[in-house]
Ligand binder design. Structure first.
Ligand code: FAD
Length: 379
C-alpha cells in the first residue's frame, strides 16, 4: 500500500476495544487507521447484549473502567446518533440469601446510588415482573443499553466522518512490529500500534498470548418476540450474583452459591445466568451460557437454551415468547485477569478483554493504552 500515509496509530481490530483505542487517539488529534480482516463487524462486539454494566463489575480497575466507559458511551451515543434503549439494572431475586448478598453489596462503595427494592417497589417499577417470584431487587441507575449490531457500525462511521479515522476493511494483518503493520494488502506504517484481536489467540503474538494461559468462552444467545411489555431497565436474576465478581467476591455470596448448586445445578454447570434487555422493536435479547475451550464448537444446544428460558420464565412468571433468533458468540477468557495489556515490542500494545465485559470497559481501556503509547513512555 505505497500510497498510504504514515499514521500516528494503527489499530488492528475494529471491535469495541479497537474502536476505543481509535477514539482515544483521535481525541488527542492523532492520525489513526483501523485495520480489520472482516468486511463488517462480526465479532463479540456485535453479538453481545449491548449492556454497558457498571454495577457488579469486579471492585478496583474493572469498576473504575466501567464507570469511565459508561461516561464515554453516554457522550458518544449522543454525538454519533446511537440510541440508548434503556437505562439501569433491575437485579430481581427470589431467595432470602440473595437479598443478603444485595444488602452486603449496598454497604460497599460500589453500592453508591443503588438501592434495594422490596417486592411491592419492584412490581411498581417494572410491572412485567409482577407475576415472577421476586422477593425484591437491586436497582442500579448506572447501566446503559445499546443495540450493538447497529451501534458498532455507527460508531465506526462516526469515527471516520467526525474524527477522520481511516478504516481498512477486508485486510488481514499478518504481522506487527515497531512502526510497521504487515497486511495481506501491503504494509501500513504508524508510530504506534494497538493490536486488539478479540479472541483470536493464534494469529498475532501467539507466544505472548500463550503466556497468559488464555482460552475462549462460547455463549448462547436468543432473541424473543415482543412480549407486549416494555422494560424500563436491563433485568438479571439470582444467578448473576454468582457470576459477576462485584457480588460473587462478597462473603455472603458463598452460601448463595451452595444453595444454587443444590437448586439449579444444571444452570451452574453450563454457566447459565440471565440477562434480559429490550430492543427498539420490543423484542428481547436474552442469554446466556458459558462453555470454555480453545476452539469452542459452533453448535447451540437446545438443552442449554431451555435452561436460559426456564430462568426467564421463573423471573417473569410467564411463558417465554417465541424465539426469533439464536446465535453464539465467543470471547477471550483468563482465569486470573480481566484484561491483558502486553508490550510485545516498543510502541506496540496487545490489548484484550479476558472476561465478558468489553462493551462495558473498552472505551476506558482504549484511553489507558493510548496514554501508554503517547504519554512519553510508549516503550
Ligand atoms: C454473546 C456475548 C455477550 C456479551 N455481552 C456483553 C455485554 O452485554 N456487556 C459487555 O460489556 N460485554 C459483553 N460481552 C463481551 C464483549 O462483547 C467483548 O468483551 C468485546 O466485544 C470484545 O471486543 P474486542 O474488540 O476485543 O473483540 P471483537 O469484537 O471480537 O473484535 C476483534 C476484531 O479483531 C479482528 N481481528 C482479529 N485478528 C485480526 C487480524 N489478524 N487481522 C485483522 N483483523 C483481525 C476481528 O476480525 C474482529 O473484528 C459479550 C460477549 C459475547 C460473545
Amino acid at each position: 500500500m505505497p500510497s498510504h500515509p504514515t499514521f500516528d496509530l494503527a489499530v488492528v481490530g475494529a471491535g469495541i476495544v479497537g474502536l476505543g483505542c481509535a477514539l482515544a487517539a483521535a481525541r488527542l488529534g492523532k492520525r489513526v487507521v483501523v485495520i480489520d480482516r472482516d468486511a463488517t463487524a462480526n465479532g463479540a462486539s456485535v453479538r453481545n447484549f449491548g449492556f454497558i454494566t457498571v454495577t457488579g463489575q469486579e471492585a478496583g480497575d474493572m469498576w473504575r473502567r466501567a464507570r469511565r466507559s459508561r461516561e464515554i458511551w453516554a457522550a458518544v451515543a449522543d454525538e454519533a446518533g446511537i440510541a440508548i434503549g434503556h437505562r439501569g439494572l433491575l437485579l430481581s431475586v427470589r431467595r432470602p440469601r440473595s437479598i443478603a448478598v444485595l444488602e452486603a453489596f449496598l454497604r460497599t462503595p460500589m453500592g453508591a446510588q443503588c438501592r434495594l427494592l422490596d417486592a411491592a417497589d419492584l412490581r411498581t417499577r417494572q410491572p412485567a415482573l409482577a407475576t415472577g417470584g421476586g422477593l425484591g431487587a437491586l436497582w442500579s441507575p448506572h447501566e446503559l443499553r445499546v443495540e450493538s449490531r447497529e451501534a458498532i457500525p455507527r460508531l465506526a462511521a462516526w469515527l471516520e466522518s467526525r474524527h477522520g479515522v481511516r478504516f481498512l476493511r477486508e485486510t488481514a494483518v499478518l504481522g506487527v512490529e515497531t512502526a510497521r503493520v504487515v497486511t495481506a494488502r501491503g504494509d501500513v506504517h504508524a508510530d504506534a500500534v494497538a493490536v486488539c484481536p478479540g479472541d483470536d489467540l493464534a494469529s498475532l503474538f501467539p507466544d505472548r498470548i500463550a503466556a497468559y494461559g488464555l482460552t475462549r468462552c462460547k455463549l448462547q444467545m436468543l432473541r424473543l418476540a415482543d412480549p407486549g411489555f416494555r422494560l424500563t431497565a436491563g433485568v438479571m436474576s439470582d444467578l448473576g450474583l454468582t457470576r459477576y465478581a462485584g457480588y460473587a467476591a462478597l462473603p455472603e455470596a458463598h452460601g448463595l452459591r451452595a444453595q444454587l448448586e443444590r437448586e439449579q445445578p444444571d444452570h451452574l454447570a453450563h454457566g447459565v445466568h440471565l440477562i434480559v434487555v429490550q430492543s427498539a422493536d420490543g423484542s428481547l435479547v436474552v442469554g446466556d451460557s458459558h462453555h470454555y475451550a480453545a476452539t469452542p464448537d459452533p453448535f447451540a444446544s437446545e438443552a442449554v437454551d431451555r435452561l436460559i428460558l426456564d430462568e426467564f420464565e421463573a423471573v417473569f412468571g410467564a411463558a417465554a415468547p417465541p424465539v426469533l433468533e439464536r446465535w453464539t458468540g465467543t470471547y477471550a477468557s483468563a482465569r486470573d485477569r480481566t484484561v491483558v495489556i502486553d508490550a510485545p515490542a516498543p510502541g506496540v500494545r496487545l490489548v484484550m478483554v479476558t472476561t465478558g465485559a468489553g462493551a462495558s470497559t473498552g472505551f476506558a481501556l482504549g484511553e489507558e493504552v493510548v496514554a501508554q503509547l503517547f504519554g512519553g513512555d510508549g516503550s
